[in-house]
Design a protein around this ligand. Structure first.
Ligand code: FES
Ligand SMILES: [Fe+2]
Length: 358
């Protein structure tokens, strides 16, 4: 058996599934996660095993053998599928049992539920359907920056002891940089809190844009790019249910226009795939793609290291926030301030999508 086979969450009941929007793509991890071992993860209260077959296909099944319910993530990956680690039944990516060792006849009912997956731009996506086995109604999201030669990227993942929407709130409000991230991407707190912010929405995509001309370059920017005393910073955040894209960066004052999408300077493009595990926990898959300065061609290692440090800081805050929410009864009366506009819009999108698939 593999170490990953220990279940960490209770088995879900059907009734709990309506807590999240369904008929949606969610991020399931990165391509590099699937090697020669099955990977068991819980998404939206549903325990899933993922694996890659010999022809490179990625697959996801419910993490339960139909014989005696051992998690298939306790088994082994073979060329054609995943083999149960108890009595050796072999399952294809369709969920159909292909082999029962020592028995010729394979009953028609010897199958488990399969999920649709997609692998695109080094990202694994899983379609979480409303009806068991339901097929995707649209393509998985594209994330071209992972394949753009101007960028170098690194990845990371967290298991969070907090509900997924607290992370949406955090990512859509970058005013906290001046308080939480002073050692990396922070800077002057007052400048962050007073930066002009534009919140717009197109369909189910919420966009928050902030600009901070004349900023003092924060430590991560200085490590990656030879900025002088000041720089003109931008932050463009796009929320979609499946993931957030955060494009931040800075130019040297007097060079390009901060409004020009073709502007030069130092660019960081963050991918944030926040996928609920349960109502109280979630997966946080991230990557950071950044540009390289000719004088600092190896800057990406420092950027990734400092990004991980930054996200560690967020995690401490968010998990502590949730612990305290529970200590004070779970559903506190919150007041809103100006920084909450983006997060509140995202909450309304999630609420509506959830109602549509309840
Ligand atoms: S429990 Fe899987 S083959 Fe018996
Ligand atoms: Fe943060």
């Amino acid at each position: 058996m593999t170490a990953e086979c220990i279940p960490i969450q209770p088995v879900a009941s059907e009734a709990r599934k309506a807590s999240f929007p369904l008929d949606q793509w969610y991020m399931a991890g990165f391509s590099t996660d699937l090697t020669d071992k099955p990977v068991g993860r819980t998404f939206l209260n549903q325990r899933v095993v993922m694996f890659r077959t010999a022809d490179g296909q990625v697959a996801a099944l419910e993490d339960r053998c139909c014989h005696r319910s051992l998690p298939l993530s306790c088994g082994t990956v073979e060329a054609q599928g995943v083999r149960c680690g108890y009595h050796g039944m072999l399952y294809a990516p369709t969920g159909q049992c292909l082999e029962i060792p020592g028995q010729e006849r394979i009953p028609a009912k010897a199958r488990v539920r399969a999920y649709h997956m997609a692998e695109k731009n080094h990202i694994l996506w899983i379609w979480m359907p409303r009806e068991a086995g339901g097929a995707p109604s649209r393509e998985a999201p594209a994330y071209p920056w992972h394949d753009d030669p101007r960028y170098t990227f690194g990845t990371g993942a967290y298991h969070y002891k907090a509900p997924w929407q607290l992370i949406h709130d955090n990512l859509l409000d970058l005013s906290h940089l001046g308080y939480v991230h002073l050692q990396t991407i922070g800077g002057d707190a007052r400048l962050h809190m007073n930066a002009g912010m534009k919140v717009t929405q197109e369909g189910d995509t919420v966009k928050v844009v902030r600009q901070m001309p004349g900023s003092r370059p924060p430590p991560t920017y200085k490590a990656a790019w030879p900025f002088g005393e000041t720089c003109d910073r931008w932050q463009e955040i796009e929320f979609d249910l499946s993931h957030l894209r955060i494009w931040t960066g800075a130019i040297e004052p007097g060079t390009d226009s901060i409004d020009d999408p073709q502007r030069g300077g130092f660019h960081m493009r963050g991918l944030h795939g926040i996928t609920p595990e349960t109502e109280e926990t979630c997966h946080y898959f991230w990557s950071m793609s950044s540009t390289r300065h000719p004088d600092k061609p190896d800057n990406s290692a420092a950027v990734i290291q400092q990004t991980a440090f930054t996200f560690d800081e967020d995690r401490v805050v968010i998990e502590e926030q949730y612990r305290n929410m529970k200590a004070f009864g779970g559903k506190p009366e919150w007041i809103d301030i100006h920084v909450d506009a983006g997060g509140n819009r995202a909450r309304r999108v999630v609420q509506r999508l959830m109602a549509e698939t309840a």
